[in-house]
Design a protein around this ligand. Structure first.
Ligand SMILES: NC(=O)c1ccc[n+]([C@@H]2O[C@H](COP(=O)([O-])OP(=O)(O)OC[C@H]3O[C@@H](n4cnc5c(N)ncnc54)[C@H](O)[C@@H]3O)[C@@H](O)[C@H]2O)c1
Ligand SMILES: [Zn+2]
Ligand SMILES: [Zn+2]
Length: 342
């Protein structure tokens, strides 16, 4: 094996180049993985645009990954060369107050791929601690392995709901995260699911995945239509898109004492009519990535046979990583999840 590998790097904003880099070193507690599939995610788009808070060009793209273990460090005991694996791409400090409380997602000192301490996954090889590397079951594809990471975001969002009522929910925004939230909500037993998206393809996908209704909020008063169908309003509304009116829509849709889980990262000021939250005693709660336990739950769903292959809408080779980011940046075509194949 040569000690150099090909990677796809954002060398400056809006520029992706194939760059040769050394194959990553792996320590005694790590494994070296030959990457098979890497998912393209919204945060890769932010790196591409140069707007990501801590992934800045030049950096190798990618944090969603599945592949084969090809070497193991001397302390590795559970994994072997030849294992098919996916990686939980956060290394938490383990000692801060949030780590102590088992909320690794909020760790104040975590390491993630695409930063100087850990190379990204759009590369021929990727190293990861054994503790962050999970086996993919026989018969489950590498693509599904790479989807565990975004699925974990959805598992975490659903786990943020406190009420154990499993009535009606709304999901505003059915991109990758909204659709995965829909799949997880079904697994958790929610009975009626109302979706919005501005793209017809995404609404069709939501209906195929079992949504009761899926409407374009720019064409119809979706809030009114859902409330008419549903009567009393939603137990929970998940927000996975970022339009300025979206929190107000969520509040109008949600029942008294209902919960709203905000997944989308809205980094501009948007107007919020707060009285609805007071009058109806609603709770608005953020959901940030996932705890280790959420990733493990997502892995369990995938290894148990949850099929998400309909969400893989494009497959491209590493050499076309630049086109993948350009497609995502221009929103050209029907895209749920683009996979980079090595
Ligand atoms: N909290 C987290 O840990 C976390 C993790 C991943 C992504 N995110 C955020 O979640 C959001 C969704 O991510 P994604 O990867 O699914 O993105 P995406 O672009 O695939 O999905 C967004 C969807 O919203 C739709 N949309 C646009 N305007 C809308 C509107 N007014 N009403 C309804 N739908 C509308 C788009 O057509 C698109 O399908 C983003 O803001 C992303 O940054 C958060
Ligand atoms: Zn991701
Ligand atoms: Zn920590």
């Amino acid at each position: 094996m040569s000690n150099m590998m090909r990677t796809a790097m954002v060398t400056k904003p809006f520029t992706v180049e194939i760059v040769e880099k050394p194959v990553p070193k792996y320590g005694p507690d790590d494994v070296l993985i030959k990457v098979k599939v890497a998912g393209v995610c919204g945060s890769d788009l932010q790196l591409y645009r140069g707007t990501h808070p801590f992934r800045q060009p030049p950096a190798v793209l990618g944090h969603e990954v599945a592949g084969d273990v090809i070497a193991v460090g001397s302390n590795v005991t559970k994994l072997q060369v030849g294992n098919r694996v996916a990686v939980l791409p956060h290394i938490e400090c383990g000692t801060c107050e949030f780590c102590q409380a088992d909320m690794q997602n909020l760790c104040v000192n975590k390491t993630v791929p695409g930063t100087p301490k850990w190379e990204g996954t759009f590369a021929e090889y990727f190293s990861a601690p054994e503790a962050k590397t999970y086996k993919i079951a026989d018969g489950v594809s590498y693509e599904m392995g790479a989807l565990v990471e975004p699925l974990a975001v959805a598992v975490h969002a659903v786990s943020r709901v406190l009420s154990d009522k499993r009535g009606s929910i709304a999901i505003l925004g059915c991109g990758t995260i909204g659709l995965l939230t829909l799949m997880v909500a079904k697994e958790f037993g929610y009975k009626r699911i109302y979706c919005t998206d501005t793209a017809p393809f995404n609404n069709e996908m939501a209906l195929k995945c079992g949504a009761n209704m899926a409407l374009n909020p720019l064409e119809t008063d979706a809030v009114e239509a859902f409330l008419k169908d549903n009567g009393g309003g939603m137990d929970v509304t998940f927000v996975a898109a970022g339009s300025p009116d979206i929190i107000n829509h969520a509040s109008r849709l949600t029942k008294r004492l209902g919960e709203i889980v905000l997944i989308s990262m809205i980094t501009k000021d948007i107007p919020v009519y707060t009285y609805g939250f007071v009058y109806n005693e609603q709770t608005l709660r953020g959901a940030m990535t996932y705890r280790n336990a959420d990733y493990e739950k997502a892995m369990e769903l995938i290894n148990g046979g949850l099929d998400l292959s309909m969400f893989v809408t494009q497959n491209l080779p590493l050499s076309e990583a630049g086109s993948a980011l350009e497609m995502l940046n221009n929103k050209s075509g029907d895209i749920i999840k683009i996979m980079i194949n090595m």
